[in-house]
Design a protein around this ligand. Structure first.
Ligand code: 5AD
Ligand code: SF4
Length: 480
């Protein structure tokens, strides 16, 4: 990004900090949507805290409220307008500044609605202008202007923004912005623009820094993460090159990535996953539908058979690999036979996790104007049927873990019980077990002693075996 522009933004941060100094101001942020949006919010928090605000979970005591919105499905819209109603009273009471940003603000009909019916909103900003939030705030606070900072053209890659991360063990790093695929149901290409890959040097530097700060797990993010294209810096041209380089970063012990597109799972990516011991052998592989007919209408660029062949190829090449997926039910024109094909793929692949969505019409997408929209009733019936099938597989699959020893990255204390630690297996299953605090942030080996639908109970043996640094194995006594 333009260095001058970022320096300029830093000056605005400073100016607002000086104005806010000693006022003990608080901010509240609500993030909707995917991990990319969460990552954008971490950057917003970084900027806001540099302006002298501290975070609160209490909307009522906030001096600045930020909603970072999503528009991938309709229910997010309902949620946003409910929240806007709630903050109106707070604004009237304390003069709170209200800012709304993110994907939904790239949709003209939504922005028009806000400007017409919710005139008290102070700042509206889009996905391409996140880095200009300091300037927007300055003009709102000092010049008392209503701000609409939205760009229709693709924004530059933003580097060097301050960041406050949500977690201190797991971190997300966006490697590619935007999407070129235009799946016919999806609004993302319209609100996030075309694919823009970050410079590999910036990514590697960011992850090296994260590792130095004690983080153990990295999730590489992108709307279409495996179509990443490096510019050759550090010898990184492809997503596979990037995985291999991240695998070499000392201190990082687990690497995940979301969301890939099946069409970009080339052999070099499969081989990199196989070779890199830190890359978790659970792959999120969104299928969306099991019917070739529907996949074609969705513009997914693969058939049912090609998807299943890809799963087989990955199973053959990556020992122990398992899968999770996204599925949409009730896409326009989906017949019972098409839906049966989806159930068939679920039965054949036996996913570890299925993220299920009811098709939601999005204004401006090709699927919104397709004939044969499916009734809500049929969509819900199919959703429930798919849910029972997927859950029966999860239950069955959970049994396979019983009695096995799993490597758990310990994330912290359980929210529900002070004396219990909680962590995740490589396959992202939650494991709760009794253990001492020094294990937090380490990879321990735990025996799975009981299973529940969404979590396991584990047991760490008396030696508290700990796996650490570069996957080298060493043990130390629990008493250390
Ligand atoms: N309706 C329902 N689900 C959708 N998704 C994307 N667009 C829509 C839509 N219009 C789902 C897809 C995607 C996930 C992030 O959200 O399954 O993979
Ligand atoms: Fe929602 Fe897509 Fe935006 Fe993520 S990128 S917040 S899923 S619209």
């Amino acid at each position: 990004m333009d260095k001058l522009n970022i320096e300029n933004q830093m000056e605005y941060l400073d100016k607002i900090y000086k104005l806010n100094n000693n006022k003990k101001l608080k901010y509240f942020i609500l993030t909707m949507g995917c991990q990319l949006n969460e990552n954008d919010s971490e950057k917003l928090c970084g900027m806001i805290e540099k302006m002298g605000y501290s975070k609160t979970d209490n909307l009522q005591e906030s001096d600045l409220v930020v909603f970072n919105t999503c528009c991938v499905r309709e229910n997010a819209e309902e949620k946003l307008f409910g929240k806007i109603g709630e903050v109106k009273l707070i604004k009237e009471k304390r003069g709170t500044i209200i800012a709304i940003g993110g994907c939904m603000m790239q949709e003209k009909h939504i922005v028009d609605k806000i400007k017409k019916s919710y005139k008290f909103i102070d700042i509206i900003f889009g996905t391409h202008t996140l880095h200009q939030f300091p300037k927007d705030m300055y003009e709102s606070v000092v010049e008392n202007k209503k701000i609409e900072d939205i760009l229709d053209i693709d924004g530059e890659i933003i580097e060097g923004l301050p960041i406050v991360r949500n977690d201190n063990i797991k971190a997300s790093v966006t490697i590619i912005n935007g999407c070129n695929n235009f799946c016919s149901y999806c609004i993302v290409p319209y609100v996030r623009g075309r694919e823009r890959s970050r410079d590999p040097k910036d990514i590697i530097n960011e992850i090296t820094d994260i590792a130095k700060n004690g983080y153990k797990e990295i999730t590489l993010l992108g709307q279409n993460v495996n179509s990443y294209k490096g510019n050759g810096n550090l010898g990184i041209y492809t997503f596979a090159d990037l995985l291999r380089q991240v695998n070499n970063i000392k201190g990082i012990e687990r690497i995940r990535f979301i969301s890939p597109h099946p069409k970009d799972f080339t052999m070099d990516v499969i081989e990199a996953i196989r070779d890199c011991e830190k890359v978790c052998k659970i792959i999120h592989l969104p299928v969306q539908s099991g019917s070739t007919n529907i996949l074609n209408k969705m513009n997914r660029k693969y058939t049912k058979e090609q998807y299943l062949e890809l799963v087989d190829k990955m199973k053959k090449n990556i020992p122990g690999v398992v899968f999770s997926t996204d599925i949409i039910v009730g896409f326009p024109g989906e017949t019972e036979k098409d839906f049966e094909d989806t159930l068939d793929v679920v039965s054949k692949v036996h996913f570890e996790q299925v993220y299920m969505f009811i098709y939601s019409r999005r204004v401006g997408t090709p699927a919104d104007i397709m004939d044969e929209q499916i009734s809500e009733d049929v969509k819900h019936k199919r959703f429930n049927k798919l849910k029972s099938l997927a859950e029966s597989h999860i239950e069955e699959n959970n049994k396979k873990y019983l009695g096995t020893i799993q490597k758990i990255l310990v994330e912290g204390k359980s929210r529900y019980n002070e004396n219990i630690l909680t962590g995740r297996t490589e396959t992202n299953k939650i494991v709760n077990f009794e253990g001492e605090n020094y294990l937090i942030g380490k990879i321990v080996s735990s025996k799975i002693i009981s299973d529940h639908m969404w979590y396991f109970k584990g047991e760490v043996d008396d030696n508290g075996w700990v796996f650490a640094n570069d996957a080298a194995l060493f043990g130390y006594k629990k008493t250390i």
